[in-house]
Write a protein that binds this ligand. Sequence first.
Ligand SMILES: NC(=O)c1ccc[n+]([C@@H]2O[C@H](COP(=O)([O-])OP(=O)(O)OC[C@H]3O[C@@H](n4cnc5c(N)ncnc54)[C@H](O)[C@@H]3O)[C@@H](O)[C@H]2O)c1
Length: 259
Amino acid sequence: MQLQTSTALITGGASGLGEATARLFISQGAKAVILDLNETAGRALESEFPGQIKFLKTDVASETEVQNALDIALQTFGNIQIVVNCAGIAPARKIVGKADGIYGPHSLELFEKTIRINLLGTFNVMRLAAFAMEQNEPNAEGERGVIINTASVAAYDGQMGQVAYAASKGGIVSMTLPVARDLAKSGIRVMAIAPGLFETPLLMGLPEEARISLGQQIPFPSRLGKPSEYALLAKSIVENPMLNGEVIRLDGAIRMAPR
Ligand SMILES: NC(=O)c1ccc[n+]([C@@H]2O[C@H](COP(=O)([O-])OP(=O)(O)OC[C@H]3O[C@@H](n4cnc5c(N)ncnc54)[C@H](O)[C@@H]3O)[C@@H](O)[C@H]2O)c1
């Protein structure tokens, strides 16, 4: 799949990994539609790249909001060939522990919210976008589209306090193969990236000392990943027709410790 002739729908594209992907993709001639809740950041990107980026304030977990966004995206750019799902939240809470000063069981509401945004949101965007992509004319390889989801190394080495996050990301890992199989006859590939530790607003909120110490835990290169490096892998996945049904760890060989 060529970026130059494609439109990419990027959820969570107003910040971090999704924003870096949008910037790289449009530098290669693609168009990008960003679905995010952060209106200020989304509008700023849209006005930085008029005609190339369209921002649509959308909750990925809402059926009607995602369908509306897809309809507008299709009206604006004709069709969508690429989906990159980056929208997500990362709460920290142990299954039994202290929250807001009170010791007790993990809030069911927080668990449900994490699954709803990270897992159900990814599924919701995939199913509606795949249905639209099936209408695309196939390219010479027979490809109609590419979907890239964002898991996490927490799907494999979840740390203390990551039960909800790890469960949501494990679900994303597990969806990869069956969805790739479901969409194979339509020429739509499905991949996932499992990032390690990346320098995004999420981690930039930590003191510099903590960021350096986290970076030093990575075997090589011993630093936090750059969002542009995530974007580079997303670009390779789009361009390489043989990549399908797989999850790629992008983590400098880190295996997370229990805490
Ligand atoms: N940064 C890392 O080290 C790291 C590591 C592993 C996995 N990830 C995953 O990568 C993805 C991107 O993370 P990031 O670090 O760029 O974070 P980020 O906070 O910079 O970006 C996430 C974006 O998702 C948006 N979002 C949240 N809930 C949403 C919803 N319901 N609907 C639409 N948009 C919503 C936020 O507004 C934000 O702009 C997440 O899924 C995260 O779990 C990040």
